[in-house]
Design a protein around this ligand. Structure first.
Ligand SMILES: C[S@@+](CC[C@H](N)C(=O)[O-])C[C@H]1O[C@@H](n2cnc3c(N)ncnc32)[C@H](O)[C@@H]1O
Length: 289
């Protein structure tokens, strides 16, 4: 456990806008991260389940283990882990709305399966237990550079000698990458990323892939595999944009025209940033031992 206070206010400013609003464009599992279109004809929901299975499948889960989900969102990964792998789960979120939504679902699943399911309104900064495996999907972007070392040390110490962590995060590319690839990046591209880090995800920061691998290896992990999913995120964002557009009137009724317009800009602009190779999204399999 660290002595740091999690960034509750910044995180809640985004996720606690309105559950009904997010439900208008997310799939029915309310997974809010890059889907994995493993098969060309997958629906968004099938691709979200495929991403969750891809992530959990890298962890070597065995029935009876305890899995920590750092940034459990609306609970799809924790529920799937209980159902498919027979593991106990602890899920952490900083969002009050997500906590209210997932706690009951996971408790019901625990009663049905005889497993333990514990959802907490708590940051990893405040977590003090030992677990067998860690999964973290789409949360690292909120942790801030100055806490990366603490996060990797925390994860390393929470795991047993043969422990594993699957870390899934959006990453940025530096100027040297754009020089090498001949990618034409302009002021507007950087202005868009600033808009995301101020108006959409306040305090959000995108690491370079090397920052993730250095952070993990400095803590003692070996990064066994890195899997980029860049164009899968563009496609996910297209699906969210389309669904939001189809629900325009309801979205405006729930959250106002300004929020609707901001989300249209955010979702379509992020899809373009993935396609332009400005940003990527990667799964890092970090193993101890
Ligand atoms: C983009 S959502 C992803 C949710 C989920 N993993 C998914 O794929 O749908 C990011 C999640 O990270 C959580 N989060 C952000 N900072 C956190 C922290 N310091 N500790 C724990 N959770 C955090 C948020 O509350 C939210 O649940």
């Amino acid at each position: 456990m660290t002595t740091e206070t999690p960034f509750f206010e910044d995180v809640q400013a985004h996720y606690d806008l309105s559950d009904d609003f997010f439900a208008l464009f997310l799939d029915e599992s309310r997974t809010y991260s890059c889907a994995y279109f493993e098969k060309e004809d997958y629906s968004l929901n099938e691709a979200q389940i495929a991403k969750i299975d891809l992530s959990l499948g890298k962890l070597g889960l065995e029935p009876g283990m305890t899995l920590l989900d750092v940034g459990c969102g609306w609970g799809a990964t924790a529920l799937r882990a209980m159902e498919k792998y027979g593991v106990n789960v602890i899920g952490l979120t900083l969002s009050k709305n997500q906590y209210g939504h997932v706690k009951k679902l996971v408790e019901d699943k625990a009663a049905e399966t005889g497993l333990s399911g514990d959802i907490r309104l708590q940051g990893w900064e405040e977590f003090d237990g030992k677990v067998d495996r860690i999964v973290s999907i789409g949360a690292f972007e909120h942790f801030r550079f100055e806490r990366h070392k603490q996060f990797f040390d925390f994860a390393y110490n929470a795991l047993p000698d043969d422990g594993k962590m699957l870390l899934h995060t959006i990453t940025a590319y530096g100027l040297s990458h754009h020089h090498e690839t001949g990618n034409k990046i302009g002021k507007d591209d950087f202005a868009f990323l600033r808009f995301i880090a101020t108006e959409i995800f306040p305090g959000g920061q995108l690491p370079l892939p090397k920052q993730v691998t250095d952070g993990a290896t400095n803590a003692g992990f070996t990064v066994e595999k890195i899997q980029p999913l860049q164009l899968h995120y563009a496609r996910t964002l297209d699906a969210w944009s389309k669904a939001l557009g189809e629900n325009r009137d309801k979205a405006i009724e729930l959250c106002g025209r300004a929020n609707y317009n901001t989300y249209v800009k955010y979702l379509s602009g992020c899809a373009a940033s993935f396609r332009k190779d400005m940003i990527d999204v990667m799964q890092f399999t970090c193993v101890k031992g």
